[in-house]
Write a protein that binds this ligand. Structure first.
Ligand SMILES: Cc1cc2nc3c(=O)[nH]c(=O)nc-3n(C[C@H](O)[C@H](O)[C@H](O)COP(=O)(O)OP(=O)(O)OC[C@H]3O[C@@H](n4cnc5c(N)ncnc54)[C@H](O)[C@@H]3O)c2cc1C
Length: 507
């Protein structure tokens, strides 16, 4: 256990590998680690993972990444939220925004006041109080002007980007910080006979790469954490039945929408991710209810531009690695577990795992208590996201296909059942410290998926009817005023970060 870390080996050069390399290299400058990343072009990367969530701006800030430069280099667009189409029922859509609804009053969340408004027969939709949603609906984006005095918060946003270009962008940063890249396929792994710690990996051509600490970013295969250390996998497919995806890009449309779209389909759902040079698409489905050929042909039928290639199949099992850190191996990215991309959380999990690892870095050795705590935090983080995903599938009126009837019968995790019951009985959304998804996310999805609270917080009755109406008019008016000052999303991109034209290759 007492093994001072000097040499760090990162296995894999996808988004996880290069994010880990950039984070550790940039934040550890001055410590003098020797960092080597091994990747195999022959194996390649998963090639998807193009929608993100707002904490990615913290990553950019801490890595000193210039936003415009990064957006140009990765053909990126802005993401203000996700539109969920046909999830609740056919011909229905709602947006899960990244920003807040209204402002909290009398010490409680805004949504309680809106529930009162509804209970009194009011008809103003909750969306009217959220600038992110209104900006999505009008395809606008902008940042606060220095003289902006409106009391509503600025737009919270993330990005859509080209996964391949993103890995390349991070690679340049990491290499500039001294990370050594080694191209080659790992064919065997050597362990210490007594402790089981990984000592080195051997490449196909016989080269040996030794290290003190190994970061397994080898994707679904989990080369070190699973194939070598047998950490174990907890299968969550009884909660999240989708296990396949078909992915294909298509030509871009005239308008670059500032949000991801997720459309519920007969046996899963379809994503649409608008980038500057193309649109990314995929059908996530459950193999028990749909064949690969059918998924591919349904996806191609439903693109809004000409397909740029043939659909590429991907297989996965929703769940988590039982321990993400074992001995001297930390698994990051797909090697650490996978939750389908319904809420675009995987890249965030890479970011948060790397940040936490830096924080809990093994200094003089690998302390079992630190490793246990790390694994517990990773589990809790994933369970919260899992609950939000299961909510989408189980709070639905849809029963029009065997897949949706199967979803409606899913027995919810206890933690979700509790959150659901609290919201339905009293409109309460209780957010614990440190969780990723805050009140507006839970409200957007619970309300959007059709859950109806029987009551609301008693403090929401404090303002008189006239006073509540006055505040509502003011807030909804401010949202409209704010959004009207923003340029369209395309105008904003043209003014700030237009990407160079790229020759489009088929996938
Ligand atoms: C269908 C789908 C859609 C997704 N959409 C999103 C999304 O919208 N948003 C989001 O946040 N996330 C999304 N994700 C997740 C996201 O794609 C991943 O989290 C992200 O790409 C990180 O992948 P990775 O680097 O862990 O693995 P990979 O990209 O698979 O990289 C693995 C690396 O390991 C290397 N490797 C493997 N074996 C060896 C070996 N023997 N020798 C040498 N090198 C080896 C490979 O060459 C490669 O470089 C999606 C995932 C799927 C499956």
């Amino acid at each position: 256990m007492q093994q001072r870390v000097r040499k760090i080996v990162i296995v894999g050069g996808g988004t996880a590998g290069w994010m880990a390399a950039t984070t550790i290299a940039r934040l550890s400058k001055g410590v003098g680690f020797d960092i080597e990343l091994v990747e195999s072009m022959e194996i390649g990367t998963v090639g998807v993972g193009e929608a993100t969530i707002p904490p990615i701006s913290e990553f950019n800030r801490s890595m000193q990444i210039d936003e415009n430069d990064f957006m140009r280099a990765t053909q990126a667009s802005i993401k203000l939220g996700i539109e969920f189409v046909d999830w609740t029922r056919h011909d229905h859509s709602y947006i899960h925004p990244f920003g807040w609804y209204g402002v909290p009053m009398h010490g409680i969340y805004f949504h309680h006041f809106w529930l009162r408004h509804l209970a009194q027969g009011g008809t103003i939709p909750a969306d009217a109080f959220c600038s992110n949603i209104m900006a999505c609906r009008q395809n606008r984006f902008g940042k606060l002007q220095p003289d902006d005095r409106l009391p509503i918060p600025p737009l919270a946003y993330a990005y859509h980007f080209d996964a391949g270009l993103y890995a390349l962008y991070l690679r340049k940063l990491a290499e500039a910080d001294g990370v050594k890249r080694t191209e080659g396929k790992i064919v065997s792994v050597q362990q210490d006979g007594e402790s089981g710690f990984i000592e080195s990996v051997t490449l196909e051509d016989g080269r040996v790469v030794a290290g003190d600490l190994f970061i397994d970013c080898s994707g679904f295969r989990g080369l070190l954490i699973e194939q070598t250390l047998h950490a174990g996998y907890e299968d969550w497919s009884h909660w999240l039945p989708c296990d396949r995806a078909m992915a294909v890009p298509c030509e871009r449309t005239a308008t670059t929408t500032p949000y991801t779209r997720s459309t519920a389909r007969e046996a899963g759902w379809q994503w649409r991710i608008p980038l500057q040079h193309r649109t990314g698409n995929g059908y996530v489905y459950c193999s028990e209810f749909m064949s690969d050929d059918e998924a591919a042909s349904k996806l191609l039928e439903r693109l809004d531009g000409k397909a740029l290639g043939t659909p590429r199949p991907l297989r996965f099992k929703g769940g988590r690695r039982k321990v993400v850190w074992k001995k001297n191996v930390l698994s990051v990215g797909l090697a650490s577990g996978f939750l389908e991309p319904l809420e675009s959380t995987s890249i965030h999990l890479i970011q948060s795992m790397c940040a936490r690892f830096v924080f809990m870095f093994p200094g003089d050795g690998f302390n079992p208590a630190t490793i246990d705590r790390f694994n517990r935090l990773a589990r809790e983080e994933l369970e919260e996201i899992r609950d939000l995903l299961v909510l989408h599938y189980t709070a639905t009126e849809r029963d029009d296909t065997p897949f949706w009837r199967h979803c409606r019968a899913i027995k919810k995790p206890e933690s979700l059942a509790q959150a659901w019951e609290m919201y339905e009985s009293s409109g309460d959304i209780i957010i614990e410290g440190g969780v990723l998804f805050k009140e507006p996310s839970w409200f957007a999805i619970m309300h959007g998926q059709g859950l109806k609270p029987r009551s609301y917080h008693p403090f929401a009755n404090i303002p008189s009817d006239a006073e509540l109406q006055r505040r509502f008019d003011l807030m909804a008016g401010d949202v409209l005023k704010r959004v009207a000052t923003f340029p369209t999303h395309d105008e904003w991109i043209r003014a700030n970060c237009p990407a160079p034209p790229l020759a489009m290759k088929a996938m």
